[in-house]
Design a protein around this ligand. Structure first.
Ligand code: IMO
Ligand code: MG
Length: 427
């Protein structure tokens, strides 16, 4: 059963796009199962950079069927723009390469408007969302007042749902938030046009994905965001509105948990976070600024500068447990090149107690002081290295999970050329 879930172990932006792209070269199916266009997955192929928010990053590989699963919330405008951009570049060759779940929910204009209005109302307590309407869209879904793709795709049910739902949202927007109301006719006209463009991609994706798994096809599940942004397990309420952990691949694609073969966690060699919320290893000094500039840490969805800090292994160990990781991929190690000393948090000191547990209470987490292990850096350039044994011989690469290099090595570097197609993964 060659299926692999690829997830972020930190606060997102770990470099999942690059790893998904590597696996896509060997894949038959690539499935997004949660989140929406808040994701920003950057893939560089042949020196050309593509940022994808909605379409699974595997679209750049012609043999892959890309699936947007039932757990995703879809912004049709963004999706159409993405398709058009890829088509113009010659990277979207087959319409059959994209399949959208008839059960996925659609992000409507009132969701975006409410996201903006709620953030403004929160003032200093704002979450710092991507402003894409993700929270309000999931709120509608969970409150059983959302618009599913099959109803969006049919002009009659779309008009019916907009007429039913808009008055409540307009009431909220106008009367509670003091924001302008939205126009029903305009929404129906615009969204019917979007539906006309997108309905050809709609299908029963749960059936397609489960048939693919059962027949031994290679299926990659592409996680968005990261474990610490998970609605249940992350730094609530400074999180996104979906489950980002590996288990969500089952519910968000419509397969059983036994269909998941491997779970690969992606970890950046340091830590970043966009948006508000606690971040124990954050560096407000020149090392933080160095990581931000060398690592080009600007959000690919919002362009916001990312907050940067040392690698936090309390976070990574937490993610390893929650996701039942079978492997870990370390990205952006080269950003640390040339730093004389590296620090890695291995536990927290909270109110005088040492712990490596992630507290549920943010007030407690905000008092956490990282307990660091200091390790010497290296002066060599690590970018372009393709073999583990060519890495600088320094203890810093133990990745702190173990004192031995071999314990955290992966048999193949993710940036190595794709192997011949085979029926299992090179993890
Ligand atoms: P990828 O897939 C990093 C963050 C936002 C904000 C919080 C809630 O590229 O790793 P939302 O718009 O989801 O309601 O915002 O979550 N966030 C991300 N941070 N990478 C992402 O995606 C993110 N998607 C959402 O900055 O703090
Ligand atoms: Mg991103």
């Amino acid at each position: 059963m060659p299926t692999v879930v690829i997830i972020g172990t930190q606060w997102g932006d770990e470099g999942k796009g690059m790893i998904v792209d590597y696996f896509s070269a060997q894949a038959d199916f690539l499935v997004r199962y949660q989140g929406g266009d808040n994701a920003g997955h950057t893939v560089v192929v042949g020196g050309e950079k593509t940022i994808l928010h909605h379409i699974p990053s595997g679209i750049l590989h012609n043999q892959v069927t890309c699936v947007i699963g039932n757990g995703v919330v879809i912004n049709p405008k963004v999706l159409i723009e993405e398709i058009d951009r890829l088509k113009a570049k010659g990277s979207f060759l087959r319409d059959e390469a994209l399949l959208i779940s008839d059960r996925a929910h659609v992000i409507m204009p009132w969701h975006k408007a409410l996201d903006a209005a709620a953030e403004e109302r929160k003032g200093a307590k704002k979450i710092g969302t991507t402003g894409r309407g993700i929270g309000p869209a999931y709120r509608s879904k969970m409150a059983r007042g959302g618009i599913r793709f099959h109803r969006f795709a049919d002009p009659k049910t779309l008009a019916e749902d907009v007429a039913d739902q808009l008055p409540e949202y307009n009431f909220l927007l106008e009367k509670y938030y003091g924001a302008p109301a939205l126009d029903e006719k305009e929404i129906v006209a615009t969204y019917s046009e979007y539906a006309r463009r997108l309905s050809r991609y709609m299908g029963n994706t749960q059936r397609v994905v489960s048939d693919a798994v059962r027949s031994g096809r290679r299926v990659v599940f592409e996680g968005a965001q990261g474990t610490m942004l998970d609605i249940d397990h992350g730094t609530y309420p400074y999180v996104t509105s979906s489950n980002t952990v590996a288990g969500a691949a089952a519910t968000g694609a419509g397969i059983g948990p036994r269909s998941i073969d491997k779970v690969l966690g992606v970890v950046k060699a340091y830590t970043t976070r966009v948006g508000a919320g606690p971040f124990p290893t954050e560096l407000a000094d020149e090392t933080g600024a160095h990581l931000a500039s060398v690592g080009q840490e600007f959000g690919s969805t919002t362009g916001r500068p990312r907050r940067c800090g040392w690698l936090d292994l309390v976070v990574v160990k937490y993610a390893a447990r929650l996701n039942d990781l079978t492997g870990l991929v370390i990205t952006k190690l080269d950003v640390l090149d040339g730093l004389a000393e590296l620090r890695v948090a291995t536990s927290y000191r909270i109110d005088g107690q040492i712990t490596d547990e992630m507290p549920a209470d943010l007030d407690v987490l905000s008092r956490a002081e990282p307990v660091y292990e200091s390790v010497p850096g290296w002066t060599e350039k690590t970018s372009g290295i393709r073999h583990y044994d060519d890495l600088p011989k320094t203890r810093a690469i133990t990745c702190g999970l173990s004192k031995t290099r071999s314990a955290c090595r992966s048999p193949r570097s993710p940036s190595a050329p794709a192997a011949n197609r085979r029926s299992s993964w090179n993890t």
